[in-house]
Design a protein around this ligand. Structure first.
Ligand SMILES: NC(=O)c1ccc[n+]([C@@H]2O[C@H](COP(=O)([O-])OP(=O)(O)OC[C@H]3O[C@@H](n4cnc5c(N)ncnc54)[C@H](OP(=O)(O)O)[C@@H]3O)[C@@H](O)[C@H]2O)c1
Length: 278
């Protein structure tokens, strides 16, 4: 008699959240060796639409029974983590032997304690990358910062190997400063770009605005490339009036910044430059 053998077994992953990071993780699931069993959102319609778009088996509303999986990944806002962890811990899932990860750069894995108490191995795995709506990012080369239990670490390491990502291990105490650094580098850069555009585009007609916007973005991209040269320090990428000591130009900038409502921002920048780029 012929026996049917299941040669092909793929562990399952459930993603809780349907936002920007959740979408990226869903796209990476197979590459990581996982079948995407479900995507979960508070809004059932959003969950179903996300499941269709992201090729998950199911789209579930938060509170509905979750399918069994090896890995449950909470890709939700930091502030919601504790409440959702409590809610999941009360659910019917047998958490023993499961791994639960979250991706907050700030919160420690202890925010998942209610699940750890039910037997889950918990950890935080934060990709040091920016996931904007509509932009596809691949995991290769991305730095992932881990903090958590040994069993969660084993699974996370395997995942990062599959993804060809970079590994960084953090203590819970190091996370606030680590995440501040990430926030200064990425959202901080977006604020800086918005301030540069607000200053430059004000008095221009639409076709010139477009041109200047492109020019400013090219300037920003080249500055990032200058900063990213291997082994180089920020001061080696530093140009501009303060680096040259052009006092008259700096005075004119201060007046313009005041008129544009950017005086505090500009002053803080100069103060930091004097301290950090001597
Ligand atoms: N985006 C990035 O560049 C990036 C990079 C690294 C790490 N992360 C981390 O990834 C996590 C998610 O960030 P994101 O950028 O993907 O955020 P996002 O696009 O704003 O999505 C946030 C998700 O959180 C869910 N949510 C919000 N409040 C909730 C609540 N009270 N209960 C349950 N679910 C709730 C939303 O679910 P509904 O669908 O139910 O509304 C939504 O799916 C954060 O911890 C963030 O630090 C993000």
């Amino acid at each position: 008699m012929l026996k049917t053998v299941n040669f092909f077994f793929m562990p399952r992953m459930v993603i809780i959240g349907a936002g920007r990071l959740a979408q990226a993780l869903a796209g990476w699931a197979r590459l990581g060796g996982y079948e995407l069993a479900a995507v979960v959102s508070r809004d059932p319609r959003r969950a179903r639409a996300a499941a269709r778009r992201l090729h998950a088996r199911q789209g579930l509303a938060l509170g509905q029974p979750l399918p069994p999986a090896e890995l449950y990944w909470l890709a939700i806002s930091d502030d919601a983590l504790a409440g959702v962890a409590r809610q999941l811990a009360r659910s019917h899932v047998n958490w023993r032997g499961r791994v639960v990860l979250h991706s907050s750069g700030l919160c420690a894995s202890t925010v998942l304690q209610p699940l750890a108490r039910r037997g889950a191995a918990t950890g935080s795995l934060h990709p040091l990358m920016s996931f904007a709506q509509g932009v596809r990012v691949q995991p290769q080369g991305v730095l992932f910062a881990f903090e958590g239990s040994p069993a969660a670490r084993r699974l996370a390491r395997r995942l990062i190997r599959h993804w060809k990502g970079e590994w960084l291990e953090l203590s819970a105490a190091a996370k606030p400063a680590y995440h501040l650094a990430a926030s200064l580098a990425s959202p901080g850069l977006v604020v800086l770009a918005a301030a540069a555009q607000a200053a430059g585009l004000r008095r221009l007609s639409p076709p010139y605005r477009r041109k200047l916007r492109q020019g400013l973005m090219a300037l920003l991209a080249q500055t990032a490339r200058n900063l990213a040269r291997p082994g180089s320090l920020p001061k080696e990428a530093w140009t501009g009036p303060l680096s040259r000591g052009d006092r008259r130009t700096l005075r004119a900038h201060r007046v313009a910044a005041r008129k544009l409502g950017l005086a505090d921002y500009y002053r803080a920048q100069l103060r930091l430059a004097r301290r950090l780029l001597p």
